[in-house]
Ligand binder design. Sequence first.
Ligand code: 13P
Length: 284
Amino acid sequence: MVENFIKILNKAKKEKYAIPQFNINNLEWTRYILEECQQNKSPVILGVSEGAKKYIGGYDVVSQMVKSLIKDLKITIPVVLHLDHGSSFDSCKNAIDSGFSSVMIDASSHSLKENIYITKKVVKYSKRKKVSVEGEVGYIGGTEDGVSNISLNAKVEDCIEFVNKTNVDALAPALGSVHGLYKGEPNLDYETMNKINNLIKIPLVLHGGTGIDDEKIKKAIGNGISKININTELQIEWSKAVRSFLNKDLEVYDPRKIISSGEKAIKEVVRNKIILFGSIGKGA
Ligand code: 13P
């Protein structure tokens, strides 16, 4: 069973910790993440970008794969299957119809008015199916799925208007974090984060979790962040481990050995984030 994030994120907001969103790319990564989160009794949000969905085969494949892994691995922690940066109503609808329990509609490249209009439409469709919705205000730049963009920080009044008019379940305000690797030090606007957190009731989401040091992450959680997305760090650590394995054994050709040579690295990132975010034991 997959569930929406409303209950687990509201609890995290109240008790001041964050739930990790780990992005998945294939069956193996999904298994490693589920096993490590189960081991540490942490709720988990599995993020699926449109690029990853296409790579894996489609929304149905992803949905069946995650649900089958939960069943066969006897996973008992809360697991959310979440579309990351859904680019349109249709994309969100397709994910929901395939059994995703949560979607992010990212209409942040549009005007605020347009963003509200599209997000509202997704919320209306999702509510009927008990699916949670995350929206974005401002624009979180950086590089994701090979596409690079410039950031635009969110304004407090836009966030309030957006949340009031759309009725989303979580909000990702762009406040200085970026996807992929940072050029220089991440510069998060904690003051605005805190203001938004005090003025709206729903949980806040931090995208671009890779490359933000532990102290800054803790400060973000202290200022109201309840969901943190990690993607690039998993990719970097997995690639490093696989590269070193291949360099050591020039004869290896079994794909199971090659892919799983990165298992330990992925599980280590997952465990460290669960401890850092404070979600350890919260999914018992
Ligand atoms: P990173 O790739 O920087 O970890 O960001 C992930 C993310 O925000 C997914 O939406």
